[in-house]
Design a protein around this ligand. Structure first.
Ligand SMILES: [Zn+2]
Length: 430
């Protein structure tokens, strides 16, 4: 597990602390950390208990480690070509090692990783992080995409008579019964939750983001099988019909939600369905795609969804939909995950609500609210710090100088300025 197994007491002091559960900033408040968990607060003016090591982050704001509910840590950055077919599963996994490290060192100490084209590479990465072999965020993983053949989660663009190996089509299903079988197999293979593809995708050639793919009956079959195994379904859905189908079928979250109208926003609010909308990366795709000369089809689909998605996001905020933070990292470079926070504040959220979406709300979506997401006694000591006050300037979170995960300082130990990366798995020890 993350953490070094000791139960030493550490007093973390800063200028202020963000209590994301109460939505308040507490001046002068610090934390006591014992081993891998938060023991309790350190009140302003209170001296650290005898024997405690002191980590003094003067002038900094302490926050819970951030959580991104929509990452793709496995593999290389997604470009305009056919994904995954020119790389082995081993290459995909080793790319994931670097991506995981970049993500946690950026202050994202947990992620919900929503899929890989090569089945179960994410399970291997999660387990290697869990046992300390790899430095990275705590991961909940999807295992594979449940998708219609030729759909947004399939490897498309090949001639129809080319047969893919099983791990590149593991989640393909063409009926409710097949969906059930695939869901069981994916969970049996070690996935933590299920990712279904309810509409076409921006980056999958030949699929249309607005078009529904898995039917409501197929989506409901996935939800029922996942629930039977005690877990949830995340539904990729750009188009309005797909969003409504997935919400009605009982998906726990809608991913992207690009063409969300008022009616769909009300449906999500009423059902308590989370919206995980990646409203930053459209700008990245437009810039990078034009620079690299991506196909006109991809760039046109991106343009059609970017502004619509931001408008839909503002609609959802207004309607009271639960918003969990998710960015689609892997489309843009890993470690830039916090760049979306200011976009959310520009589209209807307060800066506190944006931070809550990436902490306490994200933890609830994951079902991890007893472990992470707030600086509360008993939670795992996932703590980040930034200079100044991020509630005045969310951009500060794009450059996090201090990261503690499970009580272990991964970056920016103020007692050892020569070693900004002072801990980590055996790989990263000098
Ligand atoms: Zn995605």
């Amino acid at each position: 597990m993350v953490g070094d197994g000791s139960d030493r007491l550490v007093a973390v002091r800063g200028a202020r602390l963000v209590d994301v559960e109460a939505g308040k900033v507490l001046e002068g408040r610090g934390l006591l950390v014992r081993g891998e968990r938060i023991e309790g607060p350190l009140d302003p003016g209170q001296s650290p208990p005898e024997g405690a090591e002191v980590v003094d982050l003067a002038g900094h704001t302490l926050l819970p480690g951030l959580i991104d509910c929509h990452t793709h840590l496995v593999g290389e950055l997604q470009g305009s070509g056919i994904p995954a077919i020119d790389r082995s599963a081993a290459q995909e996994a080793l790319s994931g090692v670097g991506n995981a490290r970049a993500t946690v060192l950026a202050g994202f100490t947990s992620v919900r990783d929503v899929g890989t084209f090569r089945a179960f590479v994410d399970v291997a990465l999660r387990d290697a992080i869990r046992d300390g072999t790899v430095t990275g965020p705590r991961m909940a993983v999807a295992g594979a995409y449940v998708t219609v053949p030729g759909g947004g989660g399939a490897v498309t663009g090949l001639a129809p008579d080319i047969e893919l190996p099983l791990d590149l089509r593991f989640g393909e299903a063409a009926s409710p019964e097949e969906v059930r079988r695939r869901v069981r197999a994916i969970l049996y293979g070690g996935a933590d939750f299920i990712k279904v593809i309810a509409t076409g995708a921006v980056l999958a050639p030949g699929t249309r983001p607005g078009a529904p793919e898995l039917s409501e009956a197929e989506l409901a079959a996935a939800v029922e099988e996942a629930a039977a195994q005690g877990t949830h379904v995340a539904a990729h859905a750009h188009g309005t019909r797909g969003i409504v189908n997935a919400a009605r079928a009982g998906a726990r979250s809608i991913e992207h939600g690009s063409l969300l109208d008022d009616e769909a926003a009300d449906l999500l609010a009423e059902r308590g369905t989370y919206l995980v909308a990646d409203i930053y990366n459209g700008d990245y795709i437009a810039d990078e795609g034009a620079r690299q000369g991506w196909p006109a089809e991809t760039l046109a689909k991106n343009e059609a969804t970017t502004q619509a998605q931001r408008d839909g996001f503002a609609r959802a905020v207004k309607a009271g939909v639960k918003i969990a933070y998710g960015t689609d990292s892997g489309v843009y470079p890993h470690g830039w995950n916090a760049r979306q926070l200011p976009y959310m504040a520009r589209h209807g959220m307060t800066t506190m609500a944006a931070i809550q979406s990436a902490t306490v709300v994200a933890a609830e979506l994951l079902g991890w609210e007893d472990r992470v997401g707030a600086l509360a006694p008993g939670r795992l000591a996932d703590v980040i710090a930034v200079p100044g006050d991020p509630l005045d300037d969310l951009e500060l979170l794009a450059d996090v100088p201090f990261v503690m995960q499970g009580g272990r300082i991964l970056k920016g130990d103020p007692r050892d300025p020569r070693a900004p990366l002072s801990a980590g798995g055996p790989y990263f020890r000098a």
